[in-house]
Ligand binder design. Structure first.
Ligand code: ADP
Ligand code: MG
Length: 664
């Protein structure tokens, strides 16, 4: 019954995007064969009548045929029934344990193999989705059962003496009216969904909490669920109007060579109700909510259809839900859809449409693969001579760029930073692609020799080749990320430019006519705008750490708009500020701390950093590690040197002034 259970496990060795402190750079360790397919599994669960007496007076509109099939009356012809076959059918007497053990538990083991899995509860409001996923203290559902088992599994597999060390983290979000909201940090606002170069879906800035026990899980999950309930009271049944997504990540690090790393993601999703808006009579906000829900569920249907028909374009990007599910539907996950249906006749049309959707979903084929990579930092330091790496002829040619002492001694294995350690290889990554290709083919050759019986994986040569590939893959990855970030940044800039223009327009409208002059003078090289009060205060203080230098008598050419008025030269004062180096250093340090430790909200407190830029910064930090200096911000693609300059001016001065007025 369970996807991929019979298929032999093949690994497509992939780099994994990880985040958090202590993260090491990961790399692909080789492209594998196309992974085996695993069809999306579909189970249908019929809930019992809620009013126990109702069953006697009103027969259910759904009837079980066997453990996988069911039938419903055909509304076009009451003489006939519509028959459906699924991977499992759970009748009204089925227990929470039946659903969990039959359809969910079997896919959990894939997480420990570094593969992704997802469980989606689908169906109209009131059909039992939340009951199935969450349940109650007396009848716990899929989420608590899966977490309990997963944590137990990871404890056993990651115990001392076992080959892998394991850790588990959780994130919890909801998609409400096409906004991605972090339930573990409700103040963080709408988050963006991004895709890394390997097709992994990620949400920069989304809170991740490490969990080691079920108590840990409950400690984060229960209040976060409360965040949804608060919304529910205010917005009238919001909980059933949003898609709730629990993301559990299992991270594995191999304790011995070759020090592989694996990451498996589990999505547990309680979808919003799939009822037909036309029949609910929704109005106002409820109608708007339904619109958003129906849009995303409608797009979900379109995605499923596009996958089934093998269309070249699958509209994942048309809704937040489908974008998030991109690696679960037709992607890299073992997926199970639990379609919840109700027995009452008033649900009949919603039941038929849920069953039709479920039947279509069953045709979708995923290709789960193992997210596996090498941890570079555990490899021994390698310093190679060009001759060793390139062979004598290439070494000669390459010597023009970098001179290498042929007999230079190997450096002592002293601790060195990753960048120092791999610098020779990074230079190689800039080499002619044809030469790199040669090296890669040599690597393939060595790999094939290895499979014939010579275990080369741990030899220095093999490691060297792996590192070379690593560099190449990393560069490719950076290029693709850069392009993505450029796109995003261009959008942000365009938006900012429009806002700026609007502000400028409104300002110019307010200006008195007499000041409608166009300055043709060059802009001052050093100009810092400060609140007047602060300038006066600083100028007045004899020991001020920020000195205001006033340069008098400089002329600025002013050209009148009115052509009849002659051009005149008016003296204009120019202001320049000199800040003590100590204050500057303090301001820079404060910015650096914020860049490295601040949440998106903290980052937004900086001048010129809006929500989108803050998310870009957090995303960059998650991918590349901490910023070592404020100027690293330029490396966050799209933040140009010019923007950087004005960012520093706007922020250092503010922070320095804060330092000056604060207790010292
Ligand atoms: P949904 O999340 O699909 O809107 P709920 O899970 O909230 O629906 O279920 C609606 C009601 O039905 C709840 O009171 C729930 O306890 C009850 N219910 C749902 N499924 C079952 C079931 N299998 N057995 C008993 N009660 C159920
Ligand atoms: Mg619900």
């Amino acid at each position: 019954m369970e996807a991929g259970a019979s298929a032999p496990l093949k690994t497509r060795q992939m780099a994994t995007a990880t985040s958090g402190a202590g993260r090491c750079r990961l790399s692909k360790v080789g492209a594998g064969r196309r992974p085996p397919p695993a069809r999306v599994r579909v189970a249908v669960r019929l809930r019992p009548f809620l009013d126990e007496t109702a069953g006697a007076s009103e027969p259910p509109c759904v009837r079980a045929i066997d453990s996988c099939s069911l039938e419903v009356a055909n509304w076009r012809n009451y003489q006939e029934t519509l028959k459906y076959q699924f991977d499992a059918f759970y009748g009204e007497r089925s227990s929470q344990q039946d659903i969990y053990a039959g359809s969910v538990q079997p896919i959990l083991r894939h997480l420990l193999e570094g593969q992704n899995a997802s469980v989606l509860a689908y169906g109209p409001t009131g059909a039992g989705k939340t009951h199935t996923m969450l349940g109650s203290p007396e009848q716990p559902g899929v989420i608590p059962r899966a977490l309990m088992d997963l944590l137990q599994l990871t404890r056993e597999e990651g115990a001392e003496g076992r080959p892998w060390a394991l850790s588990v983290t959780m994130s919890y979000l909801e998609i409400y009216q096409e906004k991605v909201l972090d339930l573990l940090d409700p103040a963080s606002g709408d988050l963006v969904i991004r895709e890394d170069c390997r097709g992994n879906i990620l949400i920069p800035g989304l809170t991740q909490r490490p969990i080691t026990s079920f108590t840990d899980f409950e400690r984060h999950f229960l209040p976060a669920s409360g965040n949804r309930t608060v919304g529910a009271t205010r917005l009238n049944r919001r909980s059933s109007r949003s898609h709730a997504v629990l993301l559990v990540k299992v991270d594995q690090r191999e304790r011995l060579a070759p020090f592989r790393q694996r990451e498996g993601k589990l999505y547990l999703i309680d979808l919003a109700g799939s009822e037909d808006n036309r029949r609910t009579g929704n109005q106002g906000l409820r109608l708007k909510e339904s619109g958003a829900i129906n849009t995303s569920l409608f797009v979900l249907g379109k995605v499923v259809d596009a996958l089934n028909q093998g269309l070249p374009r699958v509209p994942y990007r048309d809704s937040k839900l489908t974008r998030l599910l991109q690696d679960s539907l037709g992607g890299s996950a073992h997926s199970i859809l639990i379609a919840n249906i109700a027995p009452e006749r008033r649900f009949y049309l919603d039941t038929v449409s849920a069953l039709n959707f479920a039947a279509r979903s069953r045709e979708v084929v995923n290709r789960p693969f193992t997210n596996e990579s090498l941890q570079l930092h555990v490899l021994p330091p390698v310093k190679l001579s060009q001759k060793e790496l390139l062979g004598p002829s290439e070494a000669k040619r390459a010597r023009g760029c970098e001179e290498v002492e042929p007999g230079s001694p190997e450096p002592a294995a002293a601790p060195a930073s990753a960048s120092q350690r791999f610098s020779p290889l990074q230079k190689l990554s800039n080499m002619d692609p044809a030469m790199l290709e040669r090296l890669l083919s040599l690597d393939r050759m060595l790999g094939s020799q290895g499979s014939q019986g010579t275990p080369l994986l741990n030899t220095p040569k093999r490691e060297r080749m792996v590192l070379l590939k690593t560099v190449e893959e990393k560069d490719l990855e950076i290029e693709r990320l850069k392009m993505k970030q450029k796109e995003l940044e261009a959008k942000v800039l365009a938006q900012e430019a429009t806002e700026e223009e609007e502000k400028e327009n409104s300002r110019s409208l307010l200006r008195p006519l007499s000041r409608h002059t166009v300055t043709v003078a060059k802009p001052l090289k050093k100009a810092v705008v400060m609140p007047l009060q602060l300038i006066q205060e600083q100028a007045a203080s004899p020991h001020a750490e920020i000195h205001v230098l006033k340069k008098k008598g400089r002329k600025r050419k002013l050209k009148s708009l009115d052509a009849s008025e002659p051009e005149e030269q008016k003296p204009e004062d120019c202001w320049e500020l000199e800040i003590s180096p100590e204050l500057l250093a303090h301001g820079r340090q404060k910015i650096l701390d914020l860049l490295n430790e601040g949440s998106t909200r903290d980052l937004r407190s900086l001048q010129r950093i809006g929500q989108k830029k803050a998310q870009l910064i957090v995303g960059w930090r998650e991918l590349h590690g901490p910023f070592s200096q404020v100027e690293d911000l330029e490396r966050v693609e799209g933040i140009s040197a010019k923007q950087m300059e004005s960012f520093l001016k706007a922020n250092i001065l503010g922070l320095a002034a804060g330092h000056r007025s604060g207790p010292s």
